[in-house]
Design a protein around this ligand. Structure first.
Ligand SMILES: [Zn+2]
Length: 457
């Protein structure tokens, strides 16, 4: 049965839908000249804005009010359109949806609740079926948005090209290391078929324990992947185990792509040492897809200029216009992530002509706020809490004057706790209460693991 479904998907979805042709086209885009890239990018932006002017209520209204003409504008005019954010969209989501699909927002089923046949039908259907998607909001409400087949295929094309950046060839095995709770597994049969077609193996990382990590390393030795994709916190954890136990006979892994979480340079260094492979950073989100990616020049992240328009405001917050989703477009959407550099262009041996940014840091919830309104970035805590005896740590701020620090260690860390407390007290001030709790077992995380969680808006 799997073989038959495999054939159906290959025939209907991949060949007839022109997926491969479209992939061949976007594969070339990074290597076009700057003029050609700018032309593609601007034409996509124009097409999106014309669509929004006609079909998306928020933009029909706003463009009229400010006198913006989507048929005739330049990038300076474009900046007159308002910057939106998660809160603005959440307050009135139907205003941001193509009005012909407004009803769908109420009725759309989340793909997470679809069974295998519904997903298969969605993929194979030729009409514009819609499904509801959401971001995993670590604070407050998640953001719900709509996708259709077109935007979903665009997302897949972006993912496929990101693999190319790390040298992916289908004849070599790719290993995905996920956390079991993550939504991707609800559709396991469907994904199994897709994975078997693309020579992909999947390991579910269920918990941060030494026993499980050992099992996973044994599996890696058996699967012998050439590429690995996973969350930095998980791959870092596995890397730590490899180094501590001087694991031998690991396969020669060429590239590791880190996705989904902010990546720190200390993680990159350890992962490269443990696996002996090159690490590739990515930056993106569920609602916007891949935004910027590292390739083999390793000089920064190349912006997917044929998929998004990226601007930085005065605080270097990243503002994205996404060309891929016409059902619920994101235009000048402030991600609240911060770029570590201005947007720049330089030529490298990679010949990739997309502009670049250095790494991205600091989502809003990666800060701790103090009662006197200072914001302290997660980076600071990493420095204070990085200690050989501490295997894992997490800071949770529930109130402005209360922080819980959770430390996982197998050893006696009384002395370390005292030092940490003094350092934190010195930095955070006396008005914050600091609760330090030591665990003998790893910290569990339902969603992506975060070092710093702030429940303060
Ligand atoms: Zn490059």
């Amino acid at each position: 049965m799997l073989d038959n479904i495999n054939k159906i998907i290959r025939n209907r979805f991949i060949i007839k839908s022109g997926f491969l042709n479209r992939y061949e086209a976007i594969k070339k885009n990074p290597f076009l000249s700057r003029n050609e890239i700018e032309e593609i990018s601007f034409n996509k932006l124009r097409k999106l804005l014309i669509h929004c002017c006609i079909y998306v209520p928020y933009y029909s209204k706003t463009m009229k009010e400010i006198g913006f003409n989507p048929y005739n504008f330049n990038l300076n005019d474009f900046k007159k359109l308002p910057v939106v954010n998660k809160k603005i969209i959440q307050a009135n989501p139907s205003d941001f949806i193509d009005y012909r699909y407004r009803k769908c927002f109420r009725n759309a089923k989340s793909y997470k609740n679809m069974n295998f046949f519904e997903i298969l039908f969605f993929i194979l259907s030729l009409n514009q079926r819609i499904f509801l998607d959401s971001t995993t909001g670590s604070t407050g409400k998640p953001l719900y948005f709509l996708q259709n087949k077109h935007s979903y295929v665009n997302l897949l094309l972006g993912i496929l090209r990101s693999w190319k950046y790390m040298g992916y060839k289908k004849s070599n095995k790719l290993l995905l290391i996920w956390q079991e709770d993550l939504q991707m597994h609800k559709t396991s049969l469907f994904l199994k078929i897709m994975y078997s077609m693309a020579n992909i193996e999947v390991i579910n990382f269920t918990e941060f324990s030494r026993k499980k990590t050992k099992i996973i390393i044994t599996k890696i030795k058996k699967i012998r992947p050439v590429y690995i994709i996973g969350f930095p916190s998980i791959i870092y954890w596995i890397g730590q185990y490899i180094l501590e136990n001087k694991e031998k006979k690991l396969p020669r892994i060429k590239s590791i792509q880190l996705i989904g979480e902010q990546v720190f340079y200390f993680q990159k260094a350890l992962i490269e040492k443990a696996f002996g492979s090159k690490v590739f950073f990515t930056y993106g989100s569920r609602e916007l897809g891949h935004i910027a990616l590292e390739d083999n020049c390793h000089k920064g992240l190349h912006i997917n200029e044929d998929m998004v328009h990226l601007e930085l405001n005065s605080k270097r917050e990243i503002i994205i216009t996404n060309f891929q989703n016409f059902i619920m477009p994101f235009i000048r959407y402030n991600t609240e992530d911060i770029a570590l550099s201005k947007v720049f262009f330089s030529e490298h041996k990679c010949k990739n002509n997309f502009k670049m940014i250095k790494n991205v840091i600091g989502r809003k919830y990666d800060h701790i706020a103090t009662p006197n309104n200072r914001k302290i970035h997660a980076f600071y805590f990493l420095r204070v809490l990085s200690n050989k005896k501490i295997l894992q740590f997490q800071l949770i701020q529930r109130r402005k004057d209360l922080i819980d620090v959770i430390l996982y260690s197998k050893q006696n860390i009384e002395k370390e706790i005292k030092i940490i407390k003094t350092k934190l007290r010195k930095f955070l001030g006396r008005s914050i209460k600091i609760n330090i709790k030591k665990l003998d077992a790893p910290i569990k995380s339902k969603n992506k693991f975060k070092y710093v969680i702030s429940n303060i808006d």
